[in-house]
Design a protein around this ligand. Structure first.
Ligand code: PEP
Ligand code: MG
Length: 593
């Protein structure tokens, strides 16, 4: 049966493929693909685990005391019967054979299928047997875990040999898992939770694959292997589409590929407005390897290197100074003399490190992590870790232009401590004979307090970078990762526009460089607004550069600036901007003829 699921569009384009469900709500297991020649061995592994549980249960049954309640023996019989049922192992075999799932994943996929069948049963007694099934699966998963030290990553999907494109469906995906998809086979993804600027969504956008988040029930309604269309522009998911709908979307998919190819031709065109303003279009990256995509896309530097991704998926170990230095140096060298802005670690809120890390231990009982010990607060609370990161960043400065960016600053005291740490780190490096050059210091403006006290902050920094994702979150008191309030997360809110416009103006007045590195910078819907506010430096995912550049090439910054007062005074700034900019485009179109 065909049906639709609605969510929030986070990454554009159309993807068509088969659903791959991971991380079922019932059991949390590792998901990875096995290669074709491992299929038999993987099934044998499953059978061994099943047989081990059978032996365990039979032994239990034999050991039952004489006076044990009759129900106990009956229960063990039910469990044994389930273990021998063809629907159990035969079903799991299907996922291993056809989809190359690992044994644990195959088992949890089959549990989903059978659990749904149990849910639909009329008979109360039979329906309640679902709990038995879950217990049996847990026992087999336990046996599998004992058999193999399960050091597999949570989701790794590189060597899948199937032919159908695969789309990932999950209740939620942590940014740490999402980052692994950079090398994966998934061509789109759908999650139940998340907002437009949640970090999971941000990473998805950096992968440049269609994605819809916040579907609430998607992972419950969509079944393993269903054919699915992701409409990443509208934020809808069509499950089991009819042939006509499928054809329509295949057509749209081809159109959007053509459009991308057309935009890609702008790659090496300088971003200059009609009135001659040169605009910096820089890249946001998560890992050093992304720098190559940045250069390919025509970025004029890295405006935001989210260094926290180097700290993820490490089973609690933080990267050493040497390891960080090598990573920063790799990014700097890949950018061939263009600036690289490295942001110090920004963990916390919806970006926890992995389960066993120090940060998680600290955050375990934090009531409101978005307002807790995160970003620079965490760095200042871990001074030796902070110095280690700064040393690595300074050392990379010997290989190209490096800028240091600090997240979540709200107090002058924090900036003073940062200066103090920078001095100490320079001294340490000089003493150790390490080369480094001057590194400019910038702070992110993402807390309203920082925006409001900007003239004071500007005296102590070389540049600022406005993080609109958090600035909107904290100005409007909207959790950016919470889909239930996503409709209130509004970049066009007059308060947000005031803070944004004032911050850009203050920085320019003080003669300090200012850029925007939040998601607004990469969304062409805001390019004219930001140019009108006086912004000349934008930082975004490499895949967004061409579309923003196209807007820049058609813009006249003087005329855009003239539209600004009407927008800022309007009760409905979005509508006013649309009207003003449309009129401008029309007038420019005419004057070109
Ligand atoms: C922001 O808050 O706008 C930003 C760029 O930082 P992050 O999205 O990593 O919080
Ligand atoms: Mg931020």
């Amino acid at each position: 049966m065909s049906f639709q699921v609605f969510g929030i569009a986070v990454s554009r384009g159309v993807a068509i493929g088969r659903a791959v469900l991971v991380a079922s709500s019932r059991v949390d297991v590792a998901h990875y693909f096995v290669s074709a020649d491992q299929v038999e061995a993987e099934f044998a592994r499953l059978l061994r685990a099943r047989d081990e549980v059978v032996a365990e249960l039979e032994a239990l049954k034999l050991d039952l005391p004489e006076d044990a309640p009759h129900e106990l023996a009956a229960l063990l019989d039910v469990h044994l019967m389930l273990l021998h049922d063809e629907a159990f192992t035969g079903g799991a075999r299907h996922w291993i054979d056809q989809r190359h799932f690992n044994a644990e994943w195959a088992l949890s996929a089959q549990l989903e299928v059978l659990a749904r069948q149990f849910d639909e049963m009329e008979d109360d007694y039979l329906r309640e047997r679902k709990a038995d099934l879950e217990q049996v699966v847990e026992r087999v998963l336990g046996a599998l875990a004992r058999e193999q030290g399960s050091a597999q990553p949570a989701i790794a999907a590189r060597d899948f040999g199937g032919e159908d494109p695969l789309l990932l469906v999950a209740a939620d995906i942590a940014p740490a898992d999402m980052i692994q998809f950079k090398r994966s086979v998934f061509q789109g993804f759908i999650t139940d939770i998340g907002g437009k600027t949640s970090h999971t969504a941000i990473v998805a956008r950096s992968l440049d694959i269609p994605a819809v988040v916040g579907t609430r029930e998607g992972s419950r309604l969509i079944m393993q292997d269903d054919w699915v269309i992701i409409d990443g522009d509208a934020g809808t998911v069509i499950v089991n589409p009819s042939p006509i709908v499928l054809e329509e979307y295949r057509f749209r998919q081809r159109q959007s590929e053509l459009e991308r190819a057309r935009l890609a031709r702008l790659r090496h065109t300088p971003a200059v407005t009609l009135d001659g303003q040169v605009i910096e279009l820089q890249a946001n990256i998560e890992l050093p390897a992304d720098a190559h995509a940045a250069v390919e896309a025509g970025a004029t530097g890295v405006g935001l290197f989210r260094s926290e991704f180097l700290f993820m998926n490490r089973e609690g170990e933080l990267p050493s100074e040497e390891e960080q230095f090598q990573a920063y140096r790799a990014a700097v060298e890949a950018m061939r003399g263009m600036p690289v802005t490295i942001r110090t670690v920004d963990v916390g809120a919806d970006k926890p490190l992995d389960r066993m890390s120090i940060s998680d231990l600290r955050h375990e009982h934090v009531l409101n992590p978005a307002m807790g010990l995160r970003a620079i607060r965490w760095s200042l609370a871990e001074p030796s870790m902070f110095r280690q990161q700064l040393r690595a960043i300074y050392r990379a400065s010997a290989f190209g232009k490096v800028r240091l960016l600090i997240p979540m600053v709200a107090h002058l005291g924090e900036v003073r401590q940062i200066h103090e740490t920078m001095r100490r780190v320079q001294q340490q490096l000089s003493d150790a004979g390490h080369a480094y050059t001057r590194v400019e210091l910038g702070v992110m403006i993402e807390i309203p307090a920082a925006a409001l006290m900007l003239p004071l902050l500007l005296k102590y920094v070389d540049f600022i970078s406005i993080g609109t994702n958090d600035l909107i979150q904290y100005t409007l008191a909207i959790d950016r990762a919470d889909e239930s309030v996503a409709h209130l997360y509004d970049p066009w809110h007059p308060a947000v526009l005031q803070l944004l416009g004032q911050s850009i103006a203050h920085a320019r007045e003080a003669g300090k460089a200012v850029s925007v590195c939040g998601e607004m910078a990469g969304d062409p819907a805001f390019t004219e607004l930001l140019l009108g506010m006086g912004l000349r430096s934008f930082s975004m995912h490499p895949s967004q550069i061409s579309s923003v550049k196209q807007r820049v090439l058609r813009a006249d910054s003087v005329r855009l600036a003239a539209c600004l007062p009407a927008i800022l005074e309007s009760e409905d700034p979005e509508a006013t901007a649309e009207r003003e900019f449309c009129a401008l485009r029309g007038a420019q179109g005419k004057s070109l003829h």
